[in-house]
Design a binder for this molecule. Sequence first.
Ligand code: NDP
Ligand code: HSE
Length: 437
Amino acid sequence: MSSAKSVRLALLGCGTVGTEVVRLLHEQAEDLTARIGAPLEIAGIAVRRPGRERGDLPVDPSLLTTDALGLIKRDDVDVVIEVVGGIEPARTWLVEALRAGKSVVTANKALLAEDGGALHDAAAEGNADLYYEASVAGAIPLLRPLRESLHGDRVTAVTGIVNGTTNFILSSMAATGAGFNEALEEATELGYAEADPTADVEGFDAAAKAAILASLAFHTRVTAADVFREGMTAVTAGDMASAREMGCTIKLLCIAQRGIGPDGDETVSVRVHPAMIPLTHPLAGVGDAFNAVFVEAEAAGPLMFYGRGAGGRPTASAVLGDIVAAARNKLTGTRAPSESNYAQLRVRPIGESLTRYHISLDVAEKPGVLATVAGVFAQHEVSIATVRQSGREDDAKLVIVTHSAPDAALAATVEALSRLDIVRSIASVLRVEGGAG
Ligand code: NDP
Ligand code: HSE
C-alpha cells in the first residue's frame, strides 16, 4: 500500500459504466469510507478523448489522461478498474497491473472469455486480486456466489438469460406477435440495442458470459471458443406462436451443464442458443431487458438470481462491490480467492449434448407421409414425443417434438428429412429445454 490514509484508484474508461462508477464513488464517499475503514481516492482516469463533453462529472478534469499504462504504473495506484472493454490494449494493461501486485476490477467479459487464463496467471504471479462481478449479468450478484458461497457444494447446471437486448426482443415478440426486425427496431429506439447489435443478436455476448460462468461453476478453464453459439435472428413470429400453442415461450439461453461423455468421463456442455422453454419454467417469466440465472447445485438445489444485466448504474453497482472488496483486502493484507481450475473437465462438443428438437415441416399431404417421416427419426434412434398435423393437400404442416437425444443425432435427422421428396421445406428447427425429456 502506497498511502496509509486512502486507497488510490486508477479508472480506465469513463463511458456508460465508468461515468456511473465515478458518480457512485462521489455520492457514497462517506459510507464507503466507513465500510472500508479508509477513503477511496481517484488517482487518475484514462480515456480516449479527454476533451469529450462529460456533463457534470464530479471529478477534477486534470485527472483525465490518455496514458492508461503510465497511470497503471504509478506507485501511488493500489487498485486498477477497467471499464474500457475489448481485448487489446485491455489485456496488456491488466496483466501489467496484476504482475505489479495491483488489484484489478474489470467488467470486460470479452477479455475474460477470450483469455481469462492470462489474467488469472498474472494475478497469481503478482499475488494480486482479480474481481469481475460486473462482467456477467450486470448488477446481479452471481459470480461471488459461484466463486465463494457455493464452493462447499457441487454445481450441476447453470441456465441463464444473460443478454438484456435479446431478452427484450424475444419478450416483445412473445407479447405483441411482432417479428424479429420489428422488435429489434423497438429495442434500438428505446436504447437497449446498440447501433451494431451483432454481438447481442448473434449470441457472442452471451457466449462470453457462458464461458465465464462455466469456468467458475465447474472449476475448469472454459473460453469463448469452447462455447457452442447460435444467435436468435432466425426466430420468427411463427415460431413464437407455435411455442405458445405448446405452452412454451422462446428465450436465448446460456446453458452450462455437467454430464457424462460417451466414454463415461465427466464432461461439461456449454452452449448458447434460442430454445423453447415451458411457461412454467422459472426463466419463462423474465421479461423486458432483465437477466436471470438459474443455478442447480447438488446440496443447495435450485437457486434463482434475477435483476438488471446492463446499464451504467446497475453495472457500476457491481463494480463498486468489487472495489470495496479489493480495497478491504489491500488494507488487511489479504487476497480474494484465486482461480479454481483443478477439475479441468473436458468440454464436450454440441453433437454429444443431450437436447430435444421442435421441428416444423411443410410436407406433401398424401398417404404414407407420416410413416416415412417417422421412419427417418427411427433410423437415427430419435424418439418422437408429439406430432401435430395441420392443413391439407398441398399445404400440410407437421410439427414434431422429440424426446431427448444427442444433438448430432437430431441434426442428422433434420438433414435426412431435408432430402426427402415429400418434405417441401423445413420451416424451423428449435431446441426445447427445461421440460420432461
Ligand atoms: P463505453 O464505450 O461507454 O466506454 C468506454 C470508455 O473507454 C470510454 O470512456 C472511452 O473513452 C474509453 N476508452 C476507449 N478506448 C480507450 C483507450 N484506448 N484508452 C483509454 N480509454 C479508452 O463502454 P461501456 O461503459 O458501455 O462498457 C465498458 C465495459 O463494461 C465493457 O467491457 C463492457 O462489455 C462492460 N459492460 C458494459 C455494460 C453496459 O451496460 N454498458 C454492462 C456490463 C458490462 P472516451 O470516453 O474518451 O471515448
Ligand atoms: N449488450 C449487453 C446486453 C450489455 O444487452 O445484455 C450487458 O452485458
